[in-house]
Ligand binder design. Sequence first.
Ligand code: ADP
Ligand code: MG
Length: 655
Amino acid sequence: MDQYCILGRIGEGAHGIVFKAKHVETGEIVALKKVALRRLEDGIPNQALREIKALQEIEDNQHVVQLKAVFPHGAGFVLAFEFMLSDLAEVVRHAQRPLAQAQVKSYLQMLLRGVAFCHANNIVHRDLKPANLLISASGQLKIADFGLARVFSPDGSRLYTHQVATRWYRAPELLYGARQYDQGVDLWAVGCILGELLNGSPLFPGENDIEQLCCVLRILGTPSPQVWPEITELPDYNKISFKEQAPVPLEEVLPDASPQALDLLGQFLLYPPRQRISASQVWNEVSRTKELWRQLCLRRWSSCKSSQMTLGTQTWKQYYLCRSELEFRMESGRPEKDFICKAIAGHEGGIDELAYISTNECRFDGQEKSVVCTVSSDSTVRAWDVQEVASAEGVLYVLTVPQLQLLSRTRVFPSSPTGLLCSPDCQWVFASTQNSDLGPKVYYTRSLLCLLEDDPPVSTTLPIWLTSRACWAPDETARLMVMHRNSNSTELAITTYELGARQPQEGVDVVVQQIASFLLPDTMTPPHLMKGHGSQVILLVSGSELVLFTIQGLQLAAFQDHQKPITSLWVDQSRVLTASFDLSLRVYVWNKENKIPVLKSCYHLLGGSHRWASGFTHVESDSMSIVGVEARSIGTSILRSYCFNMQHGSDDCVS
Ligand code: ADP
Ligand code: MG
């Protein structure tokens, strides 16, 4: 108990007092239910044990209140539950008029899911009523108070007490003293709760047990052995007799309710317990509705929430089935099977960013080779050779051992560069720095390569500070977009520069011109990845979201397809690839007409020693292969090359 500080009393039921409390260390708010041992000779409190047992069997269900801890206290127990704001009794009490149909439906759905779950696990609650249906701050209904719940043996051989269920919700078989009963008692209670939601007040408000039966008979008519043969075997059947009464149609009792609601109500409020519609049966019926599939989609994929989401000609059900099928296929994909995989070890320290890839034409090192530069977390810069290897599946690019360390001279980067970016024409290298007093620098590549000269390389410092990310516009020779803090460092801005080199008599002068700048929306999480497309488009990744802006700050699109944060972003002329922590990979294709990417397809890499995928080193546009997805396992970095045919891998897209 010392871990909790009591904040106040919330309620007192038949079986204990409930307090609101705060966990001293975590600050978590809980409901503590003290279950006292009334008399010592009672032994271990049965109610408490039952509640614990039932809840433990239930584990974690969305519509059953979560039991967080149990500990002995004084002569009893304390159960710590997740804190719930209100209960259904309160909701009904405070509603001005009967609840709207949509509300009734939604509460009933949540109740049925909870009940169906309990029944599927052979747990009968035995005390369902509005006061035991708690409502969370977000409006979720959860079943609570398992103090009377029993784990039933399905063979029905055991006898149970009939003194269960709060009177108004007590099933007729219990009112007739049945000692053998089942899930049916909960289904009756569900009917009573549905009736109460539709009616705004209890349907059968009996003042004592006999009167309770009268209330039921007044509406449903006197039960006869014809409709309910088992009634004759009930202990109290012959003890009480009522005058014959005909049933009253439910539409007269609840004139405002819809025919569908009354039809359903009638299927719960049936005398023979076995004929009552089961919670899972209703659930199955409900599950055929559009709303269910919409709800499922919204819960599973947050991207469905955005109103721009186009379902096209698909229904929510088709969307759900198609997308889960795709996810299943993504999860069952294996690199060994679906990809040709080459791993190149030998890179120590983490690979922070694949700085750039030169193409063959570029011949960055003067030879007919492509070079990949990488910056490690230990601040060394390495250049990697790229060799073309012909394989049955087309051309594979293989990265071999580091050959050059040409950019790692301290005189070049005095304040350890945190990132290097080569401009599309390789004339410029952008170097950001961790030092917040220095602006980022842009170097004239040719001056970096003259290693013998003692002159400092030709460079310019940009007039911005606290830069975090940058990228070059691929369709321009020297257009640089830089993300940085604004002058009072409160907001993030993206500024675009054009660079030029003037060549006076001796040496080179760098000319910098700012061509655009905008502030990122303050609601946006600071992006951790940034890439350019064409000459005008900037792609930003923040968390699991991919957002597109123009260099002037117009937001073009936003995608939330990943469940986990995106770790890597590849952009080329024909497509965009994103990889996430869970190794899922998504491919977007640029729609050439309007330059806005259209979600096209995705694939999921799993297995091997991967932990994080980051960095695609090459995308072969013709053979549709991806080469060089970097993968890290703990302690080492491995460059893995994947080559897969995207047409096979992920043709059926959901867009
Ligand atoms: P009892 O068996 O005594 O009826 P309950 O578990 O139903 O005990 O709790 C009694 C009352 O306490 C509930 O009707 C509700 O108002 C409040 N209560 C119970 N559990 C919680 C909870 N987890 N969060 C908020 N209030 C709760
Ligand atoms: Mg209760």
